[in-house]
Ligand binder design. Structure first.
Ligand code: ADP
Ligand code: MG
Length: 767
């Protein structure tokens, strides 16, 4: 009774050949953005005044009025029709993973369209309307108005809202985000939108992200004015690095755990895995290379600026990284890329695994978020400069970033935490479950200097030339050459910070909302204190005009020195995986909690609510609702895993182990019949041991699965989502390991021909 499915899919996977991917005849820079209604197309398809208005909306956040929206819709529709598009959809990012969309076609009954045109004031008089009605009644036309572009009402009741809608207002609506361009997939025009309830609460990731980006823009622009009064805008930049696994589709289908939970709930280590380090940066396997080629073509056409592709550390693990972009756009592009990856992978006979930890014992996947701030006049605020003034500005932004991260380190951890990412954090790989920041030697020295050197030495008089500052330069070489600390969850890497704790499956918006808000708050607070000091200094005679003393720089240095001292606990350049660090971090007062549902509580801490509310990013009510969703999602994930584990144990593993046990028993019987007692006993010894071991292990599995079911029943009785999530974390999730341990041991002794689930070596090395 060999296991046919497993051998069949393994055999088929081996035979698969790379698909032949036809490269477009143009060069990538020519087909880049072909499917995007970007500026170039706006310029071509919109009247000049409307184009200019749109630029103002996109660049300066100007109000978008209805007549403009109508005119944009007309141009957009024309372009879309030329591309063969028949449908449109609002595209939003609900609090589940991924994106949501509901497609409507452009077609409309002509009489309904005429009535609407009149209601919108598009018909000049009712005679025209009458004419339109009588003339076209009964036919079909294609229509796309500003109203449809700007707002849609998806049937939102089945998206998680943490009870906001049931308590306040039943419906939610999606509203166009004109800062992220519309694009085409297949026959559909896709419109990026925010998703909010009628009472105004956000039900998605984009709305609070846009608010956090605005807050950091306002706060950082004001701080920039100390150094350069011409700065009009500060943009937050994000460059993500997406890690993922590819698994052959047939093998995937034969693993119910992968199919239903995104990870393997069992599977013994492959004899070989990543210990040879031979996969990382190795040559890309052919079938995978074909997949990557096609993925990049599709992504480039959608305006995602893909730049880097390579193998990652674990077998069958890969990475794709684009060039960084404005954060809101980068977030949309990452969401889009994840969905495009899934489609393209299927075409190539693969499934892409975005789960943070699909396989035990080898590296998991993350999504490093490279983040920085830059000004509209081209200054990268997290990059060291050439002059002392520039480096004072650099120090300001580094220190205030650290202040935000220090103050909200627990919240930042909550922002990247999930049932799936929990497998990665704190395990002996990737970032530990403590947020700290690595700066590297030179930046540390710069901060130490500002903190400790004599202030009069730093700000010395220099006669008529005005002030001279003694702030060390940082060689530009550093930018490419930062000594790297791979264990740091928030590392400075030359001209940006790299937030490495973000999970591969996550919507980057969650981390970006918190990080940008935390830094905005730090900058607002910094400015308040600096302004106060400036006004104090300005009254003193030694700061009078022509004294050579600049009250602004004096004030900035004073405040920076305070802050460098305050945020010192967040700076850590050592090994983040060590046990000593856990103790040291606790001593420093950093958040060292490891339980996912408890970490979520940080969102409801007084300092978190105060920060989000004061910046207008989220209200207490929204935060509470979101936490309900987080706890509920956590519970559901563990619940599904528990069910799958129970089913596989009872229906796949135990029957197979038992049938192998029967075969062994039969063998023992026959041996006993064939040989004299003493000889038979000797010959049967090994099999008898195996028979017993199988018996014990299957019995343990059965008992543990029963306990698992019982524990679930107890937890399910809890009505409070918070308590339920804690119960699932504390009592249910830990049982998985015991069951898995027994199954993995059985995998080693049961006849390979009988084993039903593709093994790790097959999942990881067939490509
Ligand atoms: P790594 O060596 O960590 O793999 P890469 O050179 O591949 O880093 O770059 C990672 C990402 O960081 C890319 O998306 C890149 O565009 C982005 N990046 C580079 N500079 C900045 C910056 N100043 N701000 C934000 N992202 C940046
Ligand atoms: Mg990186």
């Amino acid at each position: 009774m060999a296991n046919e499915l497993r051998f069949q899919v393994v055999g088929e996977a081996f035979k698969k050949k790379p698909l032949d991917v036809k490269a477009p005849s143009e060069r990538p820079c020519e087909y880049f953005g072909r499917k995007v209604f970007n500026r170039e197309k706006m310029y071509k398809y919109l009247p000049k005044d409307i184009y200019e208005k749109m630029v103002d909306v996109m660049e300066n956040g100007a109000q978008l009025d209805r007549t403009v929206a109508d005119a944009v819709a007309v141009g957009m529709m024309q372009w879309a029709k030329e591309q063969g598009v028949t449908h449109y959809t609002h595209w939003f990012q609900p609090l589940t993973e991924g994106t949501a969309e509901k497609h409507d076609s452009f077609i409309e009954h002509d009489d309904k369209a005429a009535i609407e045109r009149e209601q919108n004031g598009a018909c000049s008089d009712s005679a025209e309307h009458e004419q339109a009605r009588t003339k076209f009644k009964g036919g079909m036309i294609e229509e796309f108005s500003g109203k449809l572009l700007v707002q849609q009402e998806p049937d939102a009741s089945s998206f998680p809202s943490g009870g906001i809608r049931s308590t306040f207002e039943a419906r939610g609506y999606s509203a166009w985000d004109p800062t992220s361009p519309v694009f085409i997939i297949d026959d559909t025009l896709i419109i990026p939108t925010v998703f909010i309830s009628y009472s105004g609460e956000s039900l998605d990731y984009k709305a609070p992200l846009l608010r956090a980006l605005k807050a950091v823009n306002v706060a950082a622009t004001e701080v920039c004015h100390y150094f350069d009064p011409t700065v009009k805008k500060v943009t937050s930049n994000l460059g993500w690095e997406q890690e993922y696994f590819l698994v052959d589709e047939g093998l995937y289908a034969a693993r119910p755990d992968l199919l239903l939970t995104g990870r393997t709930l069992m599977g013994h280590d492959s004899a070989k895995n990543q210990q040879m380090d031979d996969h990382y940066f190795g040559s890309i396997p052919e079938r995978v290379a074909a997949f990557m080629r096609e993925l990049e073509i599709v992504a480039l056409e959608l305006g995602i600026p893909c730049k880097t592709r390579h193998n990652e550390v674990a077998p069958n693990q890969f990475e794709l990284a684009p060039i960084f972009e404005e954060t809101n756009l980068a977030v949309d592009h990452n969401m889009l890329l994840m969905s495009v990856m899934k489609r393209v992978a299927r075409k190539h006979g693969f499934r892409v695994l975005l789960h943070e930890k699909p396989f035990a014992g080898i590296n998991g996947s993350g999504k490093h978020n490279n983040w920085s701030l830059s000004t509209d006049n081209g200054i990268l605020l997290h990059a060291p400069g050439k002059t002392a003034e520039q480096n004072l500005r650099f120090a300001t932004f580094i220190v205030e970033t650290l202040m935000g991260v220090y103050r909200h380190n627990g919240l930042l951890k909550a922002s990247i935490m999930s049932a799936t990412n929990a497998h990665r954090l704190g395990a002996n790989e990737a970032p530990p479950a403590i947020i700290s920041s690595f700066l590297g030697r030179q930046v540390s020295e710069l901060l130490d200097h500002i903190e400790r050197a004599d202030k009069d030495d730093i700000l010395s008089m220099a006669g008529k030339q005005g002030m001279k500052m003694d702030i060390p330069e940082i060689p530009e070489l550093l930018i490419d050459n930062t000594d790297r600390n791979r264990t740091s969850p928030f590392a400075f890497t030359g001209n940006r910070f790299e937030f490495r704790a973000v999970g591969s499956e996550a919507n980057c918006a969650s981390a970006m909302i918190t990080l940008n808000a935390a830094v905005a708050e730090a900058l607002v607070d910094f400015k308040k204190r600096v302004d106060k000091k400036i006004s104090e200094y300005s009254e003193k005679p030694e700061f009078s005009e022509g004294s050579g003393h600049n009250p602004v720089y004096h004030a900035i240095i004073d405040v920076l020195r305070e802050d460098i001292k305050t945020c010192k606990p967040i700076r850590f350049d050592g090994n983040g995986y060590s046990d000593e660090w856990k103790e040291e971090a606790a001593r420093r007062g950093l958040d060292v909690e490891t339980s996912c549902p408890i970490i979520f509580e940080r969102y409801l801490d007084g300092i978190s609510i105060a920060m989000f509310e004061s910046l207008g990013v989220m209200t207490r009510k929204e935060l509470e609702a979101r936490n309900e969703v987080k706890w509920e999602t956590y519970t559901k994930k563990i619940q599904i895993e528990a069910r799958v584990l129970g089913d596989l144990s009872m229906n796949h593993i135990i029957p197979v182990a038992t049938s192998y046990q029967s075969a062994l028993l039969k063998n023992v019987e026959r041996m006993t019949a064939a040989f004299p007692a003493e000889k038979a006993a000797a010959l049967n010894a090994r099999n008898l041991k195996l028979i017993e071991e199988i018996g014990q292990r299957t019995a343990t599995i059965e008992t543990k699965v029963e306990e698992l079911v019982a524990a679930r029943k107890v937890a399910n009785k809890l009505e409070d989502e918070h308590k339920k999530a804690i119960a699932y974390h504390d009592t249910i999730a830990p049982m998985f390991d015991t069951i898995r341990y027994q199954i993995d041991k059985l995998e080693l002794i049961v006849d390979d021909a009988l084993w039903p689930l593709p093994k790790y070596r097959e999942l990881l090395f067939i490509r």
